[in-house]
Design a protein. Structure first.
Length: 598
């Protein structure tokens, strides 16, 4: 049985990581130059949605909600569970920068820079621990190629998918952990917080992290055998750490998920089978030119990193066929090589039509929506494999002379230049920009409803491929006037975000009164009548076809005060039977493909 090495890798010098972070930041600034020299932000698929999200979170923080679960301002002022349900890392990072600087532009730029530097360092970690600290330039070249890659650039620039970018830049660290497990036979506990952060960054991409994790664990088990018994305790600790870090965010998500129309994420146009693109576009997309338009996107993998990755795969196959003994300099173990090639092949296969059943049979896999989102994995692993090919050539140079070293250097330069060249310069973007004025104005906008997934469930809303239909249907309800025995007038104009909202009430008799707010878990209302000494809590309800809050107000004059959801009350509402629960009290909808949407 092989023994576990006592040290892996060599101690990392502080100056190496200082230089790595400096190089990563400089390269990131260069790639973001077109944005840095402009006062606005390029037009993109998500428009100004990130601004609305960060503004809602920041204003909730200012109200004292450390973990925001509800926005009182969004969706026409009727309220939105966006803070609880949307991907957290990018949204929270942008809100933090907005709070510190007051600048929307800085709140868009700084988190992207941070994520890019994080990904750069992750690739360097993969290379450094594989090569035992040698050939640092390979890691820097790989990090540069990852940051300039087609899919990374598509994420932050073309699609405005900051959540996906955050998750993608964590994937090199996931690969590094898997390689460490295979090479050392030791279970590192930092996989716990890493998986928690990945899940908070983008739940759909985090779901598919199970594939490389299971593959790495299986290969490491085959290699280290009985030594794997030492994984049990650190593995349990990792699970515990991950759970503790996720629970404060997941518990309110569960409660709000029962309230919101999360089924909108699985309309027919948003499932992998209906978003399948020809596999040849992964290799060559002649219809896409960088900087020409933000409409559409490309799924083409970067050519030179992919060619180097294929060359590395051929090396692995040839070595296995020849049963080459031992470990040549810079090549790693055969098991680690098999992990990389196997992950690359599996993620590529998941882009094909043969994989449609996988998404449909695995619970939760459909929420990936677009199978090409897994290009985040494909790109990262392809770059790591390309680095391994460069390390192999550099290692051969120490044995066979300078020819191999020169070839490795030339290949690394070609990889960086070919990947980054179409995306360098300050003026290569030829399409429209969102002005600084538009960005600032979005901070006060209340019309962010995404694709309807944050709207409340209701009976009678029809499923449709027209993604504007649910918001249109809801506007009809929101604009409806329902006469009652009570008049309710707001005591003040609504602020951007509020802890409470109050109305002056005058009721001829006790009656159920509809108010312009969606009833959500964790809401409470109390009234104080002019002829009474204190506050009294009143019952709230809604119907299956009308998600607005209805309160049973007493006869007389007074004030009604609504307390909006807080973290504690939302979690409590999720743990106890609610007075109203759509799936319990209303008709259970049919399967998503053919049913009416609740």
């Amino acid at each position: 049985m092989p023994s576990v090495p006592s040290h892996f890798p060599r101690p990392t010098p502080l100056r190496y990581w200082a230089l790595t972070l400096a190089l990563g930041l400089a390269w990131s600034l260069l790639l973001m130059l077109p944005v840095l020299v402009h006062s606005g932000w390029p037009a993109n698929h998500d428009g100004t949605a990130q601004v609305a999200r960060m503004a809602a979170v920041l204003d909730q923080w200012r109200l004292g909600h450390a973990i925001p679960v509800w926005s009182t301002h969004l969706q026409g002022g009727y309220g939105s569970p966006l803070p609880a349900l949307y991907h957290k890392t990018s949204m929270v990072a942008s809100a933090a920068v907005l709070g510190l600087t007051g600048s929307v532009k800085a709140a868009l730029v700084v988190p992207v820079l941070g994520f890019l530097v994080l990904g750069f360092a992750g690739i360097c970690l993969c290379v450094r621990q594989w090569a035992g600290g040698r050939h640092s330039w390979v890691g820097w070249a790989g990090g540069a190629a990852l940051l300039a890659s087609n899919y990374a650039t598509t994420d932050w620039l073309v699609r405005g998918a900051f959540a996906e970018l955050a998750a993608m830049m964590l994937l090199p660290w996931l690969v590094a952990w898997c390689l460490r497990l295979i090479e050392t036979g030791r279970w590192s506990r930092w996989i716990g917080p890493l998986l928690a952060l990945l899940a908070l960054s983008h739940a759909g991409l985090a779901y598919f992290a199970l594939l490389p994790l299971v593959l790495a664990a299986g290969l490491a088990l085959a290699r280290w055998r009985m030594a794997a018994r030492h994984w049990v305790w650190p593995g349990l600790q990792s699970i515990g750490i991950c759970t503790v870090l996720l629970l404060p965010w997941v518990l309110p998500m569960m409660a709000m998920g029962a309230f919101a129309r999360v089924d909108r994420l699985l309309v027919p146009g948003f499932v992998p089978r209906n978003n399948h693109l020809p596999a040849d576009l992964l290799l060559w997309d002649p219809g896409w030119t960088w900087g020409a338009t933000w409409m559409g996107a490309t799924i083409q993998l970067d050519t030179v990193p992919l060619l180097l990755a294929v060359a590395y795969g051929v090396l692995v196959v040839v070595s296995a066929w020849r049963r080459a003994p031992g470990r040549a300099e810079g090549t790693g173990s055969p098991m680690a090589a098999l992990f990389l090639v196997g992950t690359l092949a599996a993620m590529f296969w998941l882009q094909t039509a043969w994989a449609h059943r996988v998404y449909e049979e695995l619970p939760g896999a459909q929420f990936l929506q677009f199978s090409w989102r897994l290009l985040a994995y494909l790109t990262v692993v392809a770059v790591v494999c390309a680095c391994m090919a460069l390390l192999w050539m550099a290692g051969r140079g120490g044995v066979a002379g300078r020819g191999w070293s020169a070839a490795a250097g030339g290949a690394a330069l070609a990889m960086v230049v070919a990947t980054a060249a179409p995306k360098l310069g300050s003026d290569w973007l030829a399409y429209d920009w969102l002005s600084a004025e538009i960005l600032e104005a979005e901070r006060g906008s209340d019309d962010y409803a995404a694709f309807g997934e944050f709207l409340p469930r209701m009976h009678g809303a029809t499923r449709s491929d027209d993604l504007t239909a649910p918001w249109g249907e809801m506007k009809v309800i929101m604009g409806r006037y329902d006469p009652a025995a009570c008049d309710a007038m707001p005591t003040a104009l609504p602020a951007a975000e509020q802890r409470t909202r109050s109305w002056h009430i005058r009721c001829a008799e006790a009656d159920w009164t509809t108010l312009p707010v969606f009833l959500a878990p964790g809401m409470e209302m109390r009234v104080r009548m002019v002829d009474a000494s204190g506050w009294v809590q009143v019952p709230l309800r809604r119907t299956c076809s009308d998600p607005r809050l209805q309160a049973l107000l007493p006869a007389g004059d007074g004030e009604a005060q609504l307390r909006f959801p807080s973290w504690r009350r939302v979690v409590a509402a999720g743990l106890v039977p609610a007075a109203f629960h759509y799936e319990r009290d209303c008709a259970v909808p049919l399967p998503p493909a053919e049913a009416q949407t609740p």
